[in-house]
Design a protein around this ligand. Sequence first.
Ligand code: HEM
Length: 310
Amino acid sequence: MEQSLRGEIRYMMKKKNILIIFLALASVAFAATDSAIFGEDLIWNILAYDKEGSLHLGKWFTILQGKYFSMAYLAIVLGVPAVFLIHYLIIGPMIFSHDRKKIYVFTLFHRLIHWLAGISFIVLIPTGFVMVFGTFFGGGEFVRVCKELHAISTIFFAISVVPMLVMWFREMLPTSDDIKWLKILGGYLNKRKDPIPAGKFNAGQKMWFWICTVGGIFMIITGAIMFFQDFKLGIITWIGISQIDLLRASAIFHNVLGMAVAALFMTHIYMSVFAIKGAIHSILTGYKEEEEVEILHSTFYKELKEKKEV
Ligand code: HEM
């Protein structure tokens, strides 16, 4: 009996030793992979990521970047257009009369700033997707060129984002109409022409505005941190964040916010080009159809009527 107990203990000790050896080997292998991924010059930062005050993001970064981000982006790039295709086929576009008066809503300045942002996004979004699916595109020169184009178009977006934030700021503030609009999903689930509660901009447009301006500024900052990588900023060391964790936090934030930006950008295109027939003209000429304003922006229309502007 005593002998078998001793045998059992010896067996357990052996198992424990094997476990310790396994863990030691695993951590050496992990450290080796880490340095292989991030390069020798960053090794000190990697070692530092566990020091006091660091964000300990290494594990999260590896899990999210390794698998989940590309899966989420795949769901967005396939799912969002699929939902809109179904909407278009089942409900179809809203069509408003083009025979009534036209209402001037966007000045030349609004339109110029809008198109500066628009053109930069036409480059930013596809090149961003190419980078997410870099392995699928075979890496190499094509992905590298997309990375450069992504950086260059960011400059044009950065020029447009502050004027856009300022020029539409007041009209994009939330109002009680927004809750009513959200409850009926803007009336997009039927083709009835009931007046929709909204000012000059509805809740959906406001959501897009805040994501593309304030969110856009965060995208620029986090993107710049990843682009320049090896810069030194006193404040970072002062608040106790290691450089590698700043990069990891930026990559995670850029990817998560990028999903919202990409999904809402696709929504914006669908609404402007397909869901409301002829809506694109307003951001080209500055004028909207009176019936479109009367139905889709009924509060704004009432205000214009009170001011005798229609
Ligand atoms: C590139 C293709 C784009 C097209 C075809 C497009 C089209 C339009 C149209 C037609 C409007 C007027 C909508 C209305 O009031 O009925 C509009 C408004 C607006 N656009 Fe764009 N746009 C594009 C890109 C962008 C980008 C990249 C941004 C921002 C980064 C942006 C931000 C806005 C905002 C904030 C408004 C006002 C609110 C709204 O209508 O959603 N647009 N756009």
